[in-house]
Design a protein around this ligand. Sequence first.
Ligand SMILES: NC(=O)C1=CN([C@@H]2O[C@H](COP(=O)(O)OP(=O)(O)OC[C@H]3O[C@@H](n4cnc5c(N)ncnc54)[C@H](OP(=O)(O)O)[C@@H]3O)[C@@H](O)[C@H]2O)[C@@H](O)CC1
Ligand SMILES: Nc1ncnc2c1ncn2[C@@H]1O[C@H](COP(=O)(O)OP(=O)(O)O)[C@@H](O)[C@H]1O
Ligand SMILES: [K+]
Length: 492
Amino acid sequence: MRTAYTADQIRAAEHRLMARLPEGALMQRAASGLAAACATMLGKVYGSRVTLLVGSGDNGGDALYAGALLARRGARVEAVLAGSRTHEAGLEAFLLAGGRAVEAGTGTIERADLVVDGLVGIGASGALREPYRELALAADAAAAPTVAVDVPSGVDASSGRVEGAAVRAALTVTMGARKTGLLVDPGAALAGEVELVDIGLGPYLPDPDVVALTGADVAALLPRPAAESDKYRRGVVGVVAGSDQYTGAAVLAVGGALLAGAGMVRYAGPGEPVAQVRSHWPEAVITELERPSLDGVGRVQAWVVGPGLGTGDWAREMLAQVLASDVPVLIDADGLTLVARERDLLGRDAPVLVTPHAGELSRLTGAGRDEIEADRLRHARGAAADLGVTVLLKGSTTVVAEPDRPVRVNGTGTAWLATGGTGDVLSGVAGALLAQGLGCYDAGSCAAYLHGLAGRIASSGAPLHAAGVAAAVPAAIRELTGRELTGRPAPR
Ligand SMILES: NC(=O)C1=CN([C@@H]2O[C@H](COP(=O)(O)OP(=O)(O)OC[C@H]3O[C@@H](n4cnc5c(N)ncnc54)[C@H](OP(=O)(O)O)[C@@H]3O)[C@@H](O)[C@H]2O)[C@@H](O)CC1
Ligand SMILES: Nc1ncnc2c1ncn2[C@@H]1O[C@H](COP(=O)(O)OP(=O)(O)O)[C@@H](O)[C@H]1O
Ligand SMILES: [K+]
């Protein structure tokens, strides 16, 4: 599990650790980790040109001490001192090691083999001010890669929010613990690779603000069939999706559920989608509905409701019946539009997982779509608290929020997933995990991981289509579980 923390959490931990250490010790640890990462990126340090962008705080201090270490190894290191003041001891060490302070606009950024962004770290507030803004833009325009110290300047460390210009780093060397903003877009997209330098902060850190599951975490959570499993015990998913107008959503949601390991998938819907689901998935158990009713559809362990369902009376009645059941329900797409109109539908005791994209969340909460995308953590958390449900907010970083738990963030996806129907597949995958017994928080975050990985497999650097993502889900599971045997060993 990768953990991340807000600036306040990090600062509090640093204070406790610093009280036990000689002055400056933490910064020395940070700087040597930073210098080592820069050296690896440069390949050959001797004779290379390194330009430091140095702000007025300790972030600039880290850069100066690291610059001193690189200068001692023969790099030609120049520093642009951009702040109203400069970390004194850091500057002294830098100059003593042969580093040079230069003015911006002397071509130093353009000539560099490597730029080090030490403008601001966790002490930043608001959009980058001048001259930092212009330096960030110059670093972005330069040919050399940028290594960001702690966080790319311009990215809010606690949220990933970016107001105005920001540094685009090839590598972010982060001190003591990952910052939340490095795992959540738009900040995550600007951080590049993230390398964590251990400065001994671990024992002083509180519970994390956000976490990202690793493949091993997901593998440990994924349900597997046991030797004595049968299809009912493995978990039956009910899918209420699709309409005469939107048949594909039904096919994709059922496919996602089947290929993510449901013991069985029951599909209930009107004639057109029934015909489509039947021809694509003969293994699904289908009830063709003459009227909106779940009578006679059979028992399930979880429902998926909403994709392509429409928002008319039929859809509303189906949603109400699904929500009147006593099993977990995943609500997506049109189901969310209906809930936005009629919040009371959510009043139930069994768990609810909602899976909006930013536009759908906007309908649910009234916040603007752009505002949600700029600060997805805050909006997902707020909606989970307000609605009393688990919220999986889709997008470039998918986040799963549940009251009183760290937000789980997922970055396994690829932008190629931004194509029609992939969300329907996700709803099926998550529904299968709910039916197999995972709670909403685990089902949502494992589904996001698997779906993102399946997207990468299906894409392999080229366009994908939603059915291909569903088809790649078993390969994604195989990649995580390493082809382990389940049930009885094969006879020899
Ligand atoms: N503490 C520790 O033990 C360790 C800390 N470490 C390191 O210290 C970093 C935190 O250092 P920090 O607290 O000095 O804050 P930091 O981010 O350098 O700069 C804040 C200053 O920047 C300015 N400024 C703010 N917003 C701005 C804006 N929008 N646009 C322009 N300027 C802006 C403002 O200054 P002013 O405007 O007054 O010039 C403010 O005072 C941390 O990220 C890590 O790298 C590591 O060495 C490990 C040990
Ligand atoms: N830029 C992106 N990077 C990674 N994943 C993305 C990106 N944009 C969208 N996705 C993913 O693609 C899927 C799209 O779902 P959704 O918006 O519901 O589409 P649809 O309704 O057409 O199925 C979600 O899983 C989402 O997280
Ligand atoms: K920085």
